[in-house]
Design a protein around this ligand. Sequence first.
Ligand code: FAD
Ligand code: DLZ
Ligand code: SF4
Length: 510
Amino acid sequence: FKTIRLILGDQLNSNHSWFDTIDDSVTYVMMEVRTETDYATHHIQKVVGFFEAMQAFYLELKSKGHQVIYIKLNDNDNLQSFEKNIQNLISKHNFTCFEYQLPDEYRVDIILKNLCKSITISNSVVDSEHFFTTRNELGNFFEGKKTFLMESFYRMLRKKHNVLMEGDKPATGQWNYDGDNRKKLPKNHKPTLPLVFNNDVTEIFNQIQKTNIKTIGSIDAANFVWPINRKQSLELLDFFLEQCLPLFGSYQDAMSPNEWSLYHSRISFSMNVKMISPQEVIEKAIQEWKKRPNEIEYNQLEGFVRQIIGWREYMRGIYCLKMPEYATMNFFNNQEKLPDWFWTGKTKMNCLKDAISQSLQYAYAHHIQRLMITGNFALLAGIHPDELDEWYLGIYIDAIEWVEITNTRGMSQFADGGIVGTKPYVSSAAYIDKMSNYCGSCFYKKDLKTGEKACPFNSLYWNFYDRNEDKLSKNPRIGMMYNVWRKMKPETKTALLEQADYYLKNINEL
Ligand code: FAD
Ligand code: DLZ
Ligand code: SF4
């Protein structure tokens, strides 16, 4: 009896029950393969981050006494896909059983199911032991319902896992403190400097450079900022709990030029590759709040817990329920191409320049930059959701399809017609100015709607509502916008639409 067990690049969970015992009849295999480096144009830091974390995990397993095969990208016998390498290993080493953990990504799920059909040895699949919920839990919870409200799923999970509960009531009596969590950074407020690591990743970087893998973004390979093992992931989490949690909720939606991290945790990469688990993150956050009740207000804690046991589990559940149809949804029938400057950051629009440049520099932007700057602009400009998925799936170090596509196509682009969100997240310059310090130093003027210096968000906003009236005017959360639009003077409306038209035709020049 000889078993081969596959560990994917986002299954670096050292607490998985697979590793409870050392078993000489079991060989683990991990592999760097071109199918994975090439299904999107990834940020260089993302490819490096995955390979570094995979190699660290490999060494950890080896040092504990497990048998592990690690196939490097440029190894001669690397056949460059999961299925080909597995088939090759099975015949080479006479394995009699193939086992794997449930993959998070639909594409990989299909590949591995097909692999199981094509091999003659026995096979089985186990849970990845990471999420609070099973694949079908959301589908079962909302069965027969027309809408999928995150808040009700979140409350159910709080109760089920006894998180911030007093009996069957929410601690403090209130479920959700979102209303307290929307502040701009005060003038002269200097946010805590982010903890960055100085990992030397030159060896892996050089290996990647030797190939023709296409990547985007930049990297300082002698000082790689992201955590690449469980120890560093826990350090980053501790830093967040100590320094950032007290202000997390308050400034969760704030944006400021050259402040790339603010009070965000930046643990999404560590969690998505499973170096740390959502359970331990939440438990540690609650412990910290209990330790420092005078410094950490409850609303900050609840805001953080909701992102993880709420949004993160919810998005995964939606993905499991709605794929593969989800990947083709395009409610507004948007068809435009992404402007060239999404790949360079070279635009006069200050907010977009900052969000895109920092994404290219760090492979990271925080939620409200993704949603209300890049996502907002793309939706107003009618960009095809496929173009956006390609961009978001490549550029962020935490981008794995289950959480990328549900956020992009769903929350940000409303391409699912309202499964994830109840209305599209769009805004004019007023909202961006309210939440950021971008507008003051921008080439465009936030208060102008027409003319050479008019902020593009202003006319594109009305153009968006105008061109999608048939799809949106009956939405009770939006109807009021149409009343405003209808009451505008005809010449004002024409001027706004002409301005938007001009910007859309010259989108690469913005
Ligand atoms: P924090 O702000 O510190 O939040 C803590 C944790 O909560 C995050 O690490 C994350 O695990 C979870 N979380 C917060 N918001 C969400 C959300 N909307 N959905 C799921 N989990 C959430 N997140 C990814 O992990 N991968 C992606 O590819 C991704 N793509 C996105 C694309 C778009 C267009 C948008 C609008 C959001 C996307 N998000 C994605 C969600 C969110 O922006 C990131 O999880 C967050 O910015 C990661 O940074 P952080 O760890 O500092 O988060
Ligand atoms: C993102 C990524 C990259 C860039 N490279 C690899 C790889 O070489 N080997 C691997 O096992 N996984 C990699 N990953 C993650 C996978 O593409 C994929 O997203 C997840 O395993 C599916 O859940
Ligand atoms: Fe962005 Fe418009 Fe403000 Fe410039 S004026 S920063 S483009 S919202």
